[in-house]
Design a protein around this ligand. Structure first.
Ligand SMILES: Nc1nc2c(ncn2[C@@H]2O[C@H](COP(=O)(O)OP(=O)(O)OP(=O)(O)O)[C@@H](O)[C@H]2O)c(=O)[nH]1
Ligand SMILES: [Mg+2]
Length: 412
């Protein structure tokens, strides 16, 4: 305790140097010590609190053999849906396998993050066009033909590419001295114009609870997208309830529960093999009773070639509508960008039977075929609502056409 009295004495001396009268010096020094100690205690409590919160948002521990560095994905993406046709049921994945770890993304701004997610498409589309334009070629029919080939390879699709090329040919027809830079700019504008559909954005306040039904074939990323979307909406202050309507695949509900825990969101689930319409019924009732702002319902992802999946989805829609008139207010079709043109085939099939109102395009980070975003807008006339650019909880972005084109065309 001697050091403490020495410390107080020194503080008192210091106060004396600052002109504090002798009678108040010791009291002043004691006061300073008190403030200092209180501050330290507060700092310690704050640090402890942060540590606890971080620990709670971490995923459940993985098996030692599954441990990976934060850079490496825990689960390799499943084979494209096209490769799985005829499959009776998806191979059982444990819930922990199906939910990637909560990777803390580096603090990049939105544009940088989008650029990183689109790196492969950027290289295969704009990178190749830049290499072509930088080769000192004249803007003529041959050059336009080469550009057309690049657009097709990046999965913009024949119809979209034809339309785009038609506009470019019109713009540059007989234009003497058109520069490669003008052509690049025109291409950026034409792509941007095709991405800006006139669809109204999702208005979550249009209903309470606002119901989103998520559909798509297996492995496209439905459950992951729901997990990320729940995080996105709850971080905006919305109360979210999730319904585990995929009762077909083993452990699908547990996978959703893990995502729910991460965002502190309630999950309504039944046992494996039970009736998905019953889950929809309970989830709708719970969302109303708990005064949720948004209810998101997961569904099974069996193949579109099986008629009964579509019948099941229709039944779920009817149940939702009966419980919450007008629901589902948004039917989100999840498509896997890595499947390229096959995604368009899936979209057409779903569109015919279930009234799809928007698209969530996942795994853009894993493909050079991101041109599919343009094709979806052009050929299906469906708005892309969200894009998935990674496995992390923050890697779902509301789709912003201007940001998307800028990320593709921005030079380093
Ligand atoms: N790289 C990357 N991987 C993703 C993305 N979205 C989903 N995935 C991965 O895709 C895999 C399948 O995702 P799920 O969410 O289980 O797919 P699902 O459609 O629910 O599958 P089923 O329940 O079998 O019908 C998982 O390994 C996800 O981590 C994304 O945007 N980027
Ligand atoms: Mg799923």
């Amino acid at each position: 305790m001697e050091w403490l009295s020495r410390f107080i004495q020194r503080l008192a001396d210091l106060l004396g140097d600052l002109g504090v009268p002798e009678a108040s010096r010791t009291l002043g020094a004691l006061g300073l010590v008190y403030v200092l100690v209180t501050l330290l205690i507060f700092l310690a409590i704050f640090a402890l609190f942060r540590r606890l919160r971080r620990r709670r948002s971490e995923p459940p521990p993985l098996e030692p053999s599954e441990e990976v560095t934060p850079e490496a994905p825990v689960t390799p993406p499943p084979p494209p849906a096209a490769a799985r046709e005829g499959e009776e049921s998806a191979p059982a994945r444990t819930p922990a396998e199906a939910v990637p770890p909560a990777v803390i993304a580096p603090p990049l701004n939105l544009l940088e993050r989008m650029r990183a997610g689109l790196a492969k498409t950027q290289t295969s589309l704009v990178g190749r066009i830049d290499a072509l334009l930088g080769a000192g070629k004249k803007v003529d029919a041959d050059l336009l033909e080469e550009i057309e080939e690049i657009l097709i390879t990046a999965d913009l699709g024949m119809k979209t590419t034809r339309e785009l090329m038609g506009s470019l040919e019109k713009r540059f027809d007989g234009t003497d001295g058109a520069t490669p830079e003008a052509l690049r700019r025109a291409l950026q504008e034409e792509i941007g114009a095709r991405l800006r559909l006139e669809a109204a954005p999702i208005d979550y306040s249009a209903a309470s609870p606002f119901v989103i039904m998520v559909v798509g074939v297996n492995g496209v990323g439905k459950t992951t997208t729901i997990g990320k979307l729940a995080h996105y909406l709850s971080s905006q202050g919305k109360k979210v309830v999730l319904g585990a309507g995929d009762t077909f695949r083993a452990a699908a509900a547990e996978q959703l529960v893990i995502w729910g825990e991460r965002s502190g969101v309630d999950v309504i689930r039944h046992d494996e093999g039970s009736d998905p319409a019953a889950v929809a019924f309970d989830a709708a009732r719970a969302a109303v009773a708990r005064k949720a702002d948004v209810l998101i319902l997961d569904t099974a992802g069996r193949l579109h070639t099986k008629v009964n999946l579509m019948e099941e989805l229709k039944k779920v829609r009817r149940v939702l509508d009966r419980e919450i008139p007008g629901a589902p207010h948004e039917t989100l079709l999840v498509l896997d960008a890595t499947t390229g043109q096959n995604a368009l085939v899936q979209a057409r099939l779903f569109k015919e039977t279930v009234a799809i109102s928007g698209i969530a395009l996942t795994k853009l980070d894993g493909t050079a075929r991101g041109g599919i975003v343009v094709a979806i807008g052009c050929e299906l006339n469906l708005p892309v609502r969200f894009v998935g650019i990674g496995e992390g909880i923050d890697d779902l972005r509301p789709f912003e056409p201007d940001l998307f084109v800028e990320a593709l065309f921005q030079r380093d």
